[in-house]
Design a protein around this ligand. Structure first.
Ligand SMILES: NC(=O)c1ccc[n+]([C@@H]2O[C@H](COP(=O)([O-])OP(=O)(O)OC[C@H]3O[C@@H](n4cnc5c(N)ncnc54)[C@H](O)[C@@H]3O)[C@@H](O)[C@H]2O)c1
Ligand SMILES: [Zn+2]
Length: 359
């Protein structure tokens, strides 16, 4: 046990097993324990920006009796490609990886998605431990078991459910994260606050500096929200849908911007939109809508988008995999911590709500 460490147990695995998300500072000593017994070879998958950390992790694993290989992959979303996965399969093959060997992912959500997918598919599944290095990856991408890569036709179209053996959220790794990435990741923390944990909102009200000062508690609380949801239901149905708060319009904005916007920035606008929609439908107080705006803008996140893009966004929402047929579904709030579904809002209401988030 390391001092000042929080362990969150996540369930929802099809076989009934669980894994721990460990949150704290200077946690690398925890890694061999999370990998579990019997692991000989470990592939440490990382982008160039994480080379130093990955090298230190590999050295530590070797000291613990493993034989590690470093696997450098492209930075960011470029890692989530079939050609990159094929390169890793080839490396695992050449290095003689067996069922009892493992993968460690060191990086943001793009790296954990790719490495998780390779671990899911190598010999139909080997262990993976995630060492997320962005806020977004700590509170979202590394937890829950979704892995995947992109194709030319779209994001996350190829993937597998493959829960990790453990997740190591070492908060000291966030020190080098650029402020824009930091804030964007916090958008998912804001989401956790609105759908399930009002205490998170209190900690975020003071803006980016206060958030950074409380990042440990924020990560723990946001991971707990995601863990509670996925422990009940690993696959995309039922309660898991509440994690899509802000994502219906958010995904449409990402698509309209050809993925040049950060995910968190897009869902920031999406959450304000969902709040406006709920208010127009008589489900949510104006004060809660305003609280969305003040918290998100206080973190430097956008709360409005181009007024001339409604038609584009509406068509994008209709083809999003989260909507069923032509009927749009939104996660909305009936109050803080009270998520619900809004199916098939009429066109005038959708457009009215958009006017309220239009620049
Ligand atoms: N599997 C899931 O459930 C799930 C959930 C949410 C998001 N995702 C995926 O996560 C990805 C986005 O994750 P992300 O926002 O972490 O992006 P990312 O992995 O692209 O990282 C963002 C950038 O930050 C850099 N970086 C990472 N850690 C750093 C650090 N500590 N210091 C300095 N720079 C650092 C990276 O090199 C990269 O350039 C998307 O591909 C998305 O689809 C998956
Ligand atoms: Zn998201």
């Amino acid at each position: 046990m390391t001092a000042g460490v929080t362990r969150i147990t996540v369930g929802g695995n099809p076989d009934g097993s669980t894994y721990d998300v460990v949150v704290g500072a200077d946690l690398m000593g925890e890694l061999p324990g999370l990998l579990g017994p019997g692991v000989l070879r470990v592939a440490v998958v990382h982008p160039a920006s994480m080379r130093r950390l990955a090298t230190a992790i590999a050295a530590r694993l070797d000291t613990a009796g493993c034989r590690s290989v470093l696997a450098e992959v492209p930075d960011g979303e470029a890692a989530k490609a079939a050609s990159v996965a094929a390169g890793l399969w080839s490396l695992l093959g050449r290095s003689g990886f067996t069922r009892s060997d493992a993968v460690v992912a060191v990086g943001g959500g793009a790296t954990t998605d790719l490495a998780g997918f390779v671990a899911a598919t190598w010999l139909r599944g080997v262990r993976v431990v995630h060492v997320p290095t962005t806020v977004l990856a700590m509170v979202d991408a590394a937890v829950g078991g979704k892995t995947g890569i992109d194709t030319a036709e779209g994001k996350n179209l190829v993937g597998a459910f493959h829960p990790p053996a453990g997740v190591l959220c070492d908060l000291t790794l966030l020190d080098t994260l650029p402020p824009g990435e930091y804030a964007s990741g916090l958008a998912e923390v804001v989401k956790a606050g609105f759908i399930a944990d009002p205490a998170v909102l209190d900690l975020l009200e003071g803006g980016l500096e206060t958030a950074a000062a409380h990042i440990g508690e924020l990560v723990v609380r946001a991971v707990r929200v995601k863990a509670d949801v996925v422990s009940g239901d690993l696959r995309e149905s039922g309660r898991r849908e509440i994690l899509n708060y802000g994502h219906t319009l958010g995904h449409a904005i990402e698509r309209a911007e050809a993925y040049r916007w950060r995910h968190g920035d897009a869902i920031s606008v999406g959450m304000v939109y969902a709040a406006e929609l709920a208010q127009l439908a008589g489900r949510l107080d104006a004060a809660v809508v305003e609280r969305h705006r003040s918290i998100l803008s206080g973190l430097g996140l956008p709360t409005a988008y181009r007024g001339d893009r409604w038609d584009t966004l509406l068509s994008a929402m209709k083809v999003d995999k989260k909507s069923r047929g032509d009927v749009l579904r939104f996660v909305v709030l009936d109050g803080v911590g009270k998520p619900g579904l809004f199916e098939g809002p009429d066109a005038a209401l959708l457009a009215d709500a958009y006017r309220k988030v239009s620049t």
